[in-house]
Write a protein that binds this ligand. Structure first.
Ligand code: F6P
Length: 549
């Protein structure tokens, strides 16, 4: 890993490795101001990372030498940054509010983007007004989004996060899993005659989405909605309209996305139609404004004052200096409880790669394992490990100063907990402090000696804190684009393609073969399983036997 960084940065890292966060804070009363910055309403405090005034300039100089600024230009200029699939990466065009063109192969993509956005707007407004009808003239009141991965996680997370903005809106539910239980739960209590399904799939070939779409058609048919009567109940969002038509969707009921929209970056495309229905198009548009504002900041702010660049560099720094191979995302806001799951796909599917742009195996760790949970729940599950375990974990705390709810006392206490956790992780508790505590508790010196090592907190554990005044659509747009651009920067610096996902393909193919074999076994046919390892063979036979019992 060391060879990956220039000598000046390596020497610097060696010096910083011997410093403690407590000492750094003790030496500099201005540390918070020095190591925090704002982008619109988003504040990033990164002072609780082990770094000095020299660190960021050195990291930025390295990033510059790695060609970060040129890569950023290429992204916004429509170059084919997804080089293994020869695709441009233009999710920034979907929220481009500048009125300026975004060029792809000499053509401006913005007219098409704006046209689809207008269609999203019309559909969402009509649906919310009860003006989308079934064949019998009844208004459709419920919407079920069928999709998975990027066609699910973003829309579901956003609908939940901004739910207070759409309180009077229609019922919007989500189905993703191929486990039928997900579909059954999603339609529980809904009336087929009043329900519309959004079939959201960029490729329209994803097994889960096709299975669930089929279940939706059957559910409607069982209620007597078939033939021509089906069309009003379906809306597709896809880059493969011909496949949607083949599945029974009316050609006029298809919203378009394009191959240059990566699934995990697609919330701001027509994939967001369920969000627009849930919270209203104007709020959806405010999210786009927020994301665009972040894109502009990313394009124009100097690297040391550029929030996504800083977040990316800090991530790389913590992987290296602290050996933190995992990143915990800890939103202290119930509305953001699905944010870690959403970000998990965005980050891990993007940078979970090991081959660099020259086709070589990288010699350094790339994308971290991203995980997380909402605070304060997380404090009562895995925080023990964060404080006293043996793993180095990088942490992003995310908090909103004001809550969506009227229980302000709760929220203040929640935020106090967030601050307490990052402070305690930084400071720890020394042997002297612990011994003093135990003496006050009335323990004998013998008891203290026994208990002391267990009550020590090493501290010196780094974290970032992101704060926004409240979780508005604009601020959520800022937050999502912040992490998207952070991921882009890390991909550039790790020299991997953040925009393909070949790693998910092999398992899909293997599942198809196993499904066929499982059916054959179930039908009592002789099947040659010698292609599989003994474990897979044994498990398959065991499962089929159980099914036959
Ligand atoms: O299997 C991974 C993946 O291709 C993701 O990248 C994508 O978000 C998800 O499947 C769903 O794909 P689609 O929108 O084409 O159904």
């Amino acid at each position: 890993m060391d060879a990956y960084f220039p000598p000046a940065l390596q020497e610097h890292a060696q010096r910083v490795a011997s410093l403690s966060l407590s000492t750094l804070f003790a030496q500099d009363a201005d540390r918070f101001n020095r190591f925090s910055l704002s982008c619109h309403d988003l504040l990033l405090d990164y002072s609780k990372n082990r770094l000095t005034a020299e660190t960021i300039p050195l990291l930025c100089a390295w990033a510059q030498a790695q060609g970060l600024e040129q890569a950023r230009k290429d992204l916004f200029a429509g170059k084919r940054c997804n080089w293994t699939e020869q695709r441009a990466v233009l999710h920034h065009a979907l929220r481009n509010r500048s009125g300026q063109p975004v060029m792809l192969d000499g053509q401006d993509v913005m007219p098409e983007v704006m046209q689809q956005l207008e269609r999203v707007k019309q559909f969402a407004e009509q649906f919310r007004a009860g003006a989308i009808h079934a064949a019998d003239g009844r208004p459709l009141r419920n919407l079920v989004n069928i999709g998975i991965g990027g066609s699910h996680l973003g829309p579901e997370m956003i609908s939940q996060a901004l739910q207070p903005y759409g309180q009077s809106g229609p019922e919007v539910r989500f189905v993703s899993n191929m486990d039928g239980a997900d579909f059954v739960e999603a339609v529980r209590g809904l009336h087929p005659a009043e329900t519309l399904f959004v079939l959201a799939s960029k490729t329209f070939s994803t097994r889960e989405t096709l299975l669930n779409s089929d279940a939706a058609l059957q559910w409607l048919q069982r209620a007597g909605i078939s033939g021509e009567k089906l069309a009003p109940h379906l809306l597709a969002v896809t880059a493969a309209p011909e496949r949607a038509v083949a599945c029974g969707v009316h050609p006029e009921r298809i919203l378009r996305i394009w191959e240059w929209v990566g699934g995990r970056y697609s919330w701001c495309s027509a994939i967001g139609v369920s969000v627009a229905v849930r919270i209203g198009f104007d709020h959806f548009a405010q999210m786009l404004e927020g994301a665009h504002a972040l894109d502009r900041h990313f394009c124009s702010a100097p690297l040391p004052l550029n929030m996504p660049v800083l977040l990316a560099l800090l991530g790389i720094w913590n992987r290296w200096l602290e050996g933190a191979s995992t990143l915990a995302i800890l939103p202290y806001d119930h509305s953001l409880r699905r944010f870690p799951a959403y970000l998990q796909q965005c980050d891990m599917e993007s940078n979970g790669k090991r081959i660099d742009r020259d086709g070589q195996l990288v010699g350094y760790p790339t994308g971290p394992i991203l995980w997380g949970e909402v605070g304060s729940n997380a404090q009562h599950s895995f925080f023990q490990l964060l404080h006293q375990g043996t793993h180095a974990v990088a942490i992003d705390f995310i908090g909103c100063a004001n809550s969506h709810t009227a229980l302000h006392g709760h929220h203040q206490e929640l935020l106090a907990n967030m601050l307490a956790q990052s402070e305690v992780l930084l400071r720890g508790r020394s042997a002297e402090e612990v011994a003093a505590d135990l003496r006050t508790e009335g323990l004998t010196e013998e008891q203290i000696a026994l208990l002391l090592p267990h009550r020590l907190f090493p501290g010196n554990r780094p974290s970032n804190t992101l704060i926004m005044p409240s979780l508005t659509p604009f601020n959520l747009g800022l937050l999502l684009a912040l992490y998207e651009m952070k991921i882009f920067v890390q991909g550039v610096l790790w020299r991997v393609n953040s925009f393909d996902q070949w790693g998910v393909e092999l398992g899909k193919k293997a599942a198809q073969q196993l499904l066929q074999e499982s059916r054959q076994l179930q039908n009592g046919q002789a099947v040659d399983l010698s292609d599989h390892d003994a474990s897979t063979q044994g498990l398959l036979r065991y499962l089929v036997n159980c099914m036959l019992r």
